[in-house]
Design a protein around this ligand. Structure first.
Ligand code: NAD
Length: 318
C-alpha cells in the first residue's frame, strides 16, 4: 500500500529523544511530512542533526522513497499541535505513566476522526496507559527496537478496547515504511522480543557468574554461533530444520529430554554488585581499548552491511 492509499499526509511525533528522533527519520524517508514536538528547547537542532546523520544510512539501505525529504519536518510547541494535523501519531515520551497520561490528555481533544496513536513504550502495560484516555479505541502499542529507523521489528498490541481494523491499519503504515510487524496477543511485561532478550541475557550472566566462560567468550558464542542463524530464521524454524527432515515434532522427540535437563540446570542470577563487577571487568577486556563511539560505529556498520546483504538476497529471490 502506498502513503496516498493509506490516507496519511502527516505523522505526529511526540517526544523526540533516542526513539522519537529515529522514528522522525524513518517516517520522513518513507515520504511523510512529520510534525515533531519535544519540550527540549534544543529539540529542533538535535533532531535535525540526528536526521541528517541517519539519512545517509537510510539512502544506503534504499529506504528513502521518491519525493521524500529530510526537510519535510515541522517543529511545534505542544503535543496538541503535533496531533491536530496528523493522521498517525507515534508517542515516545519518557517511560513514566504520569507523563504518558498527561500527554494523552492534551492530545485527545484535538485528535482527528480515524487518527491512530501508537505508543513506543517498552514496558508499561497497555491497559495502564489506556487509563489516560476517555476513548482508548484508537490507541495501541507500536513498540520498536532501537534505532527504529534501522531495526525492522515493531510489536503491535491492542486489546478489547481497541476498535476493529486499527491494528491492521497500523501494520500497513509501519510495513509501508519498511518495518516488519508482529502481533502481541496478550499483555505481558516487556511484550515478546524484550522477554526473549531477557531470557538469553539471564543465562549469559549465569554462565559468567558460574565461571563457565568469560564475558567475551559468551558474547562470541552468540555472535559466531546461533546469533548469526537467528538473524535469518527464528529458533522454532531453525530447530525444525535441525530435525534432518522430520520437522519440529521429530526434533522434539529426539532432543526434548536433553532440553528438559538443560532447562532444569539454567541459572537465575541477580544483578548484585559482585555480578556487575564481573560484567564490567569482562566488558573492559572485550573492548580491548576500543572507545564507546568506535564500538557503536562498528555495530552500526556491521548491521547496515548485514541488512544490505539480506535485501540483496530477498530481491534476487523475487
Ligand atoms: N531507548 C530504547 O532503547 C527504547 C526502545 C524501544 C522503546 N523505547 C520507549 O520509547 C519511549 C522513549 O524512550 P527514549 O529512550 O527515546 O527516551 P529519551 O529520554 O531518550 O527521550 C524522551 C524524550 O521525551 C522528551 N520529553 C520529556 N517530557 C516530555 C513531555 N511531557 N512531552 C513530550 N516529550 C517529553 C524528552 O525531552 C526526551 O527528548 C519510552 O516509552 C521507551 O520505553 C525505548
Amino acid at each position: 500500500m502506498n502513503n496516498a492509499s493509506l490516507n496519511i499526509e502527516n505523522i505526529g511525533i511526540i517526544g523526540s529523544g533516542v526513539i522519537g528522533a529515529s522514528w522522525s527519520a524513518l517516517f520522513l524517508a518513507a515520504g511523510y511530512a512529520v510534525i515533531n514536538y519535544d519540550p527540549d528547547p534544543d529539540n529542533a537542532d538535535k533532531t535535525s542533526r540526528y536526521i541528517d546523520q541517519a539519512w545517509g544510512n537510510l539512502e544506503e539501505l534504499g529506504m528513502v522513497k521518491s519525493g521524500a525529504s529530510p526537510d519535510r519536518i515541522r517543529y511545534v510547541d505542544s503535543p496538541a499541535a503535533a496531533t491536530a494535523d496528523a493522521q498517525f501519531i507515534q508517542e515516545s515520551v519518557p517511560e513514566r505513566i504520569d507523563i504518558k497520561h498527561d500527554t494523552f490528555a492534551s492530545m485527545e481533544p484535538v485528535l482527528q476522526d480515524g487518527a491512530i496513536v501508537a505508543t513506543s513504550s517498552s514496558g508499561l502495560l497497555l491497559k495502564e496507559m489506556q487509563a489516560g484516555w476517555k476513548d482508548p479505541s484508537r490507541f495501541i502499542l507500536g513498540h520498536p527496537f532501537n534505532p527504529p529507523h534501522l531495526i525492522p521489528l515493531v510489536e503491535l498490541l491492542g486489546n478489547d478496547a481497541t476498535a476493529d481494523g486499527v491494528l491492521d491499519r497500523a501494520a500497513a503504515i509501519y510495513e509501508g515504511a519498511g518495518k516488519e510487524t508482529i502481533r502481541v496477543l496478550k499483555e505481558v511485561p516487556a511484550h515478546v522480543a524484550n522477554r526473549l532478550q531477557a531470557a538469553l541475557w539471564r543465562e549469559a550472566i549465569s554462565l559468567v557468574a558460574e565461571g563457565v566462560a568469560s564475558v567475551e567468550d559468551v558474547d562470541k558464542a552468540v555472535t559466531a554461533g546461533p546469533g548469526l542463524r537467528w538473524s535469518v530464521m527464528g529458533p522454532h524454524m531453525l530447530f525444525s530444520l535441525g530435525s534432518g527432515g522430520g520437522g519440529i515434532g521429530t526434533f522434539c522427540e529426539r532432543f526434548g529430554p536433553s532440553f528438559h535437563t538443560w532447562w532444569e540446570s539454567m541459572g537465575d542470577p541477580r544483578l548484585t554488585p559482585e555480578v556487575i563487577a564481573m560484567l564490567k571487568s569482562g566488558i573492559m577486556e572485550e573492548e580491548a581499548g576500543r572507545s564507546f563511539d568506535e564500538l557503536a560505529q562498528e555495530r552500526d556498520a556491521k548491521l547496515i552491511g548485514a541488512m544490505k546483504a539480506f535485501r540483496k538476497v530477498s530481491s534476487q529471490g523475487k
